[in-house]
Write a protein that binds this ligand. Structure first.
Ligand code: SF4
Length: 212
């Protein structure tokens, strides 16, 4: 009897299918359906050693189709000590949001959370197809809950404050939690000066090594 071996899915296969995904508009598991045409945003390549696990595109990113083409991206790149040339080099940096499409606005004009359909559908397939990742920067509480599970604190502050232990944990890829670079976290950044003084220098050294 001949054993049948299932070929591993390539990243190219996954990206092709992901970019055509219309589940949240056409067959949503959670109501209401996405009220606009989905435009899945992702940056990935099999050679990337660094991954930014982010939240969900805002309207500007939905319009551009590229991750972090907004004020949050400017701040994130300054945290990383990285120019756009490296940040958008998919052979070096993967950017995988928890929800790949702009989720729309809530009643107060804020962005809705990432669509709940997205991570269970795509996340393990995408990460299985990224074999060279060494470090995942988990940006914001949704990505932290997914990638850290019970090790994520009840609040984002607790999780980020525990960054040394999380980074030192024996797993591959390693994980480093960050707050979302949105202006909404300006108050948090002012109150937690250790983030810039202690965490950012370590982040920049790790990142520089991985994108060299
Ligand atoms: S948010 Fe995710 S699951 Fe929903 S349509 Fe976009 S890619 Fe598909």
């Amino acid at each position: 009897m001949t054993a049948q071996v299932q070929a591993a899915e390539t990243l190219e296969d996954v990206l092709l299918e992901l970019r055509a995904c219309r589940v949240c508009r056409d067959e949503p598991r959670y109501l209401p359906p996405l009220p606009h045409e989905p435009r899945p945003v992702i940056q990935a390549s099999v050679t990337a050693r660094l991954c930014i696990a982010s939240q969900a595109p805002g309207l500007r990113v939905h319009a551009s189709g590229r991750p972090f083409t907004d004020a949050s991206g400017v701040r994130l790149r300054s945290w990383l000590g990285m120019g756009e040339d490296v940040f958008y080099d998919e052979s070096k940096v993967a950017i995988v949001p928890m929800g790949h499409c702009f989720p729309g606005y809530d009643a107060h004009g804020g962005d809705l959370p990432p669509r709940r359909e997205c991570a269970p559908l795509w996340r393990s397939r995408v990460f299985t197809a990224l074999p060279q990742l060494e470090l995942i920067l988990v940006v914001g509480r949704y990505a932290q809950a997914w990638h850290l599970g019970p090790k994520a604190g009840a609040k984002l502050s607790e999780t980020v404050a525990d960054w040394r232990a999380i980074l030192a944990a024996p797993r591959m890829p390693r994980v480093l939690p960050l707050p979302h670079p949105s202006w909404r976290n300006n108050g948090w950044l002012r109150r937690n000066t250790w983030f810039e003084e202690e965490l950012l220098p370590v982040l920049r050294a790790e990142v520089a090594r991985l994108v060299r």
